[in-house]
Ligand binder design. Structure first.
Ligand code: HEC
Length: 227
């Protein structure tokens, strides 16, 4: 084999996958625009995807590396192999399972970065906005994951919170923590602006809207009651 064939072969073996896996999908994605629902056909009005995510909070999510452990992508069923099954991407505990569907390209149009994630160490968060507890409980989880689930391996994001001396009455923003995780007497823990943005982002994660032109899907069903 001469040198020229070698270089050509090398270029082809890296170039072709690059073209097929990166360039073409990126071009396809860039051409996508939100689509309007047809009231008669889809039973809903407005644009799909409807709600933008909280962009400031998404930046915090990226910086803290949350997508090292959490995906936001529900696989389609391909070649008859089960990717998705009912209840996937849901809280695996006792709460009522809301119907979900596999995510598709347009679901990510309302956000600046599509954070598909790398590995599923923690639960998938594609539809976390539907099953999230209230903001206060979510803050407590981020501050001390072990205070919510004693088996959690998620790191504590204490640096997104401020420990401050209680002056006058306890702040209404102060986290309600079990005694083991509570600050020393006379102190309280309050969220910083960044923690608020992050929680706003997590609550805005909903990728379960009906897709125009498809069965008004599973998604049109009401969200499960919050606990
Ligand atoms: C080292 C891996 C890891 C990292 C990094 C991580 N998590 Fe987690 N996360 C987990 C695990 C494991 C769980 C399940 C146990 C629990 O609920 O604490 C979890 C649970 C959660 C839940 C609850 C999900 C549910 O369905 O109830 C949320 C919300 C969450 N993480 C958000 C975040 C955010 C936001 C960040 C970044 C600031 C982050 N996680 C970083 C591993 C991680």
């Amino acid at each position: 084999m001469n040198f020229r064939t070698f270089i050509l072969g090398l270029a082809a073996s890296f170039g072709l996958p690059w073209l097929c896996l990166i360039v073409i999908p990126a071009m396809k994605y860039q051409q996508l625009t939100p689509v309007a629902y047809d009231k008669d056909r889809d039973g809903v009005e407005g644009l799909y995807p409807p709600a933008p995510v909280n962009g400031q909070g998404q930046l915090v999510y990226i910086r803290e590396g949350c997508n090292q452990c959490h995906t936001q992508m529900i696989r389609p069923v391909q070649l008859g192999l089960d990717g998705w099954y009912k209840g996937w991407g849901q809280d695996q505990e006792a709460k009522p399972a809301a119907p979900v569907r596999p995510t598709e390209l347009r679901d990510y149009l309302s956000e600046k970065y599509a954070l598909l994630g790398i590995q599923r160490v923690g639960p998938d968060l594609a539809n976390y906005g539907w099953r999230a507890p209230d903001a206060g409980a979510l803050h407590a989880h981020l501050y001390a994951p072990l205070s919510v689930r004693d088996w959690s391996t998620m790191p504590a994001y204490k640096h997104l919170y401020r420990l401050q001396k209680i002056q006058g009455p306890v702040s209404e923003r102060a986290l309600k923590l079990p005694r083991k995780f509570a600050p020393p007497a006379g102190y309280e823990v309050v969220p910083t602006q960044e923690a608020d943005n992050l929680v706003g982002y997590l609550l805005s994660l909903k990728k379960d809207y009906p897709i125009p032109g498809q069965v008004p899907a599973v998604a049109a069903a009401p969200a499960p009651a919050k606990k």
